[in-house]
Design a protein around this ligand. Structure first.
Ligand SMILES: C[S@@+](CC[C@H](N)C(=O)[O-])C[C@H]1O[C@@H](n2cnc3c(N)ncnc32)[C@H](O)[C@@H]1O
Length: 222
């Protein structure tokens, strides 16, 4: 599914329909408690909205994204900002490109669910050496608050909740939502926790904003 992000029209529509609001940025970034001395990386940085806000605070920030078009927009948004690194790479191959950096914070929003469940632990283990002990990793994404094996059974309930959660936007996003739930690789909280544990991270916070969307915060303990 990463292929769609190489299509400029898809990217344009995504940013038009799903452009992140100030409130969404507040909720996503608050758990990071960014500080001036932080070195931050964002996986799936998209058009750079969150990096732009982070760079008002942190010492340096890097963004990884597989989409040339998203990075092009991020480059424009971040023009003039210092100490920013934008890398065109898949999540699974970015470690080599980031070698030499030691990050204190990481964030990812609506992006890591593109990794299959077998790729999730591989990604975390591969990225782990890029983080200092004590580093915080905030993941906000489509995450099920029930065992992923129950997805078919829960689908009618998910759709009912999504209609309320998205309100007036539902008609516009219904098709994308169903693709994300059924064809991408959203999973449940324990699957993510286990993937992060394998890379030396412990869960320090978790919030379900709905039965299909939430956040998890991890701390690197070794
Ligand atoms: C749904 S967008 C989210 C963008 C932004 N984080 C936001 O909250 O609006 C997902 C982003 O992840 C990127 N992406 C998807 N699969 C990827 C992969 N395997 N490796 C790197 N980036 C990927 C896409 O190019 C896209 O910019």
């Amino acid at each position: 599914m990463s292929e769609v992000w190489k299509n400029p029209d898809y990217v344009k529509r995504y940013n038009n329909v799903y452009g992140i609001t100030e409130e969404q940025l507040d909720r996503y970034m608050a758990p990071l408690k960014l500080e001036a001395g932080d070195a931050l990386v964002e996986f799936g940085c998209g058009n750079g909205e969150a990096l732009a806000r982070a760079l008002d605070v942190v010492e340096m920030a890097a963004g990884v994204d597989i989409s040339k078009d998203q990075l092009e927009q991020a480059r424009k948004k971040l023009a003039g900002k210092k100490n920013v690194l934008l890398l065109e790479s898949s999540f699974l191959h970015c470690r080599k490109l980031l070698a030499g950096h030691l990050f204190t914070k990481a964030m990812s929003r609506k992006a890591l669910h593109h990794l299959t469940d077998s790729e999730k632990p591989v990604f975390v283990e591969s990225a782990a050496p890029l983080f200092k002990k004590g580093a915080i990793f905030v993941l906000e994404d489509g995450i099920f608050d029930f065992d992923k094996s129950l997805l078919n059974e829960k689908l009618p309930q998910i759709i009912e909740e999504a209609k309320i959660y998205y309100g007036d936007s539902w008609a516009k996003i219904e098709k994308d939502f169903m693709i994300t739930v059924l064809e991408e690789f959203m999973t449940d909280y324990p699957t993510w926790e286990s993937a992060f544990k394998g890379g030396g991270f412990e869960l320090i916070d978790r919030k379900a904003y709905s039965m299909f969307y939430g956040m998890m915060a991890f701390k690197k303990i070794r």
